[in-house]
Design a protein around this ligand. Structure first.
Ligand code: 3TV
Ligand code: ZN
Length: 499
């Protein structure tokens, strides 16, 4: 089968091509990560992983429950397969192991590792405020309420849940020795050995209640945006010697290959966050100052409904500030009063339902179905692909503009309602433009003003030095972004920056 060049329609064909032809991929060189999307289009799409977990992306979500795992304590006589697949060191896991604290049951399938090299012990995939850890473990689970096995789940947007554990160099870790002692039996690609079961919980950090949560993808081809990521806040330690076992014992080449290639630095670089937010389960303790609190989907829905069809005076009075990325964005009292006064000049209440936008935002998820993926996650990547394609084929600007105006704001809206992104100001403007009233105009003006004020305030706070530590990280790992005067607030960016 000939492989066509990239268009949204041939995503399926390309994937099929890659599967049939077993497209090779590597971490560097001509088949390195920058080339993955040629054979694996999702790798060039949206909602990719890993990401740099930056303070400014964080939203505290008090509804996030501690992670609860079941049947992780395996007995000695349960045999696990330790294998080298040429990309990683992997251990197969029995499906009775599962996560019980998420919306669905997720059964375990395997765990594997990403690591650096002996000369550069920095190989984690997720980074925290740009800090890269020595290595990272991923415990891969699939949604067993909906899918029979991992193969059925891997390309579904609610298919996988991966637990990410950051690994630093420190004390010797006896739990890791349970499998590292067999590492020389799997030096080459496709080699496997059986190892005795042990308590897999001992590979995880002590605290399972403190974690980062976001929607992302497989970090390796085919990069499906199908992963609910949980990255634990606290790293686990392994000794330098144990780290060297990862970095020096394994090859990505087959035993029979004449040229050997050491398996190391098997991590993908952080991907754009796009307009995603990272939910955090913890707030207190090490003082995550400035972490925004996420607005509940219910509140968002209520406010946006009001924005679409409700009384804008009420919204200005009490609800508007909640629409902003929460934290310090309350409108100044005088601005709110100004707005309220204006609205008291009595305009008839807009009772008419504006069914099109709201209803579409609810039903759009069924419009953009691609064969491989089903819902909101895919809109982002669909949008990115469509715009990319249109721009590349020199399509008319108007068409791009029409797509942005007609479709993308609603995608953004849907994404926002699902707590996956902030609602960008251009989107609010788009909604308000559907209500060409004086109140709508004033509301729009006040939002812009409030955001401008917030920018000024946060720049001042930053200029006055750190108020407290970010997540207990060293100053070297604190955000290195220049002051916000160089970076407009995301809400003030033009439409093309939206998800
Ligand atoms: F499911 C996986 C992951 F989540 C797999 S196996 C399925 C791929 C066809 C994998 F190889 C991974 F690397 C990951 S990861 O995103 O956890 N790295
Ligand atoms: Zn992984």
């Amino acid at each position: 089968m000939g492989c066509l060049r990239f268009t949204p329609i041939v995503v399926l064909q390309l994937t099929l091509c890659s599967v049939l032809q077993g497209a090779k991929w590597k971490y560097s060189g001509p088949e390195g990560e920058h080339h993955w999307s040629k054979h694996y289009p999702y790798c060039g799409g949206a909602f990719q992983s890993p990401i740099d977990i930056k303070s400014e992306l964080l939203r505290f979500d008090p509804t996030l429950r501690p992670i609860e795992v079941q049947n992780y304590n395996l007995s000695l006589n349960e045999q696990l397969t330790l294998g080298n697949n040429g990309h990683s060191l992997q251990i197969s896991l029995p499906s009775k192991m599962h996560i019980s604290s998420l919306r669905h049951r997720y059964n375990a399938a395997q765990l594997h590792f990403h690591w650096g090299s002996s000369g550069r012990p920095a190989g984690s995939e997720h980074t925290v405020n740009s800090k890269q850890y020595a290595a990272e473990m991923h415990v891969v689970h699939y949604n067993s309420d909906k899918y029979a096995n991992i193969s059925m789940a891997v390309d579904k947007s609610d298919g996988l849940a991966v637990l990410g554990v950051l690994i630093e160099i420190g004390e010797f870790n006896p739990a890791f020795e349970q499998f590292l002692k067999f590492i020389n039996g799997v030096k080459y690609r496709d080699q496997k050995v059986q190892v005795s079961g042990f308590n897999i919980r001992t590979l995880l950090p002590a605290r399972l209640d403190e974690y980062y949560r976001y929607d992302g993808s497989l970090t390796t081809p085919p990069c499906y945006p199908s992963v609910l990521w949980t990255v634990f806040r606290n790293p686990v330690a392994i000794s330098q010697k144990q780290f060297f076992s990862f970095a020096t014992a394994l090859y990505s080449s087959y035993a029979q290959d004449s040229a050997t290639a050491l398996l190391h630095s098997n991590y993908r670089k952080p991907q754009p966050a796009d307009s995603r937010v990272v939910l955090v389960s913890f707030k207190e303790g090490r003082g995550l100052y400035g972490t925004h609190t996420v607005t509940s989907p219910f509140t968002r829905k209520r406010i946006i409904q009001q924005l679409l069809v409700g009384d804008l005076a009420d919204l200005a009075d009490e609800g508007l500030y909640q629409l902003l990325p929460s934290g310090s964005q309350k409108l100044h009292a005088d601005e709110r009063n100004e707005l309220k006064d204006m609205q008291n000049l009595a305009k008839p209440k807009q009772q008419l339902l504006n069914p099109s936008l709201w209803k579409k935002s609810q039903t759009n998820r069924y419009v953009g179905k691609l064969a491989l993926a089903e819902d909101t996650l895919c809109y982002g990547s669909l949008k990115q692909r469509v715009s990319h394609q249109l721009r590349h084929s020199h399509a008319e600007n108007e068409l791009v503009q029409a797509l942005r105006d007609a479709v993308f704001p609603e995608l953004n809206l849907k994404s926002y309602l699902d707590c996956k992104s902030d609602l960008a100001l251009p989107t609010i403007r788009h909604i308000l433009r559907g209500r060409p009233t004086d109140e709508a105009f004033e509301l729009d003006r006040s939002l812009t003003k409030a955001l401008m004020n917030q920018r000024k305030t946060s720049a001042a706070v930053k200029q006055n030095g750190p108020v407290t530590k970010y997540g207990g990280l060293s100053p070297a790992t604190a955000p290195r972004k220049p002051l916000s005067k160089d970076y407009p607030h995301p809400w003030l960016l033009p439409m093309e920056w939206e998800d």
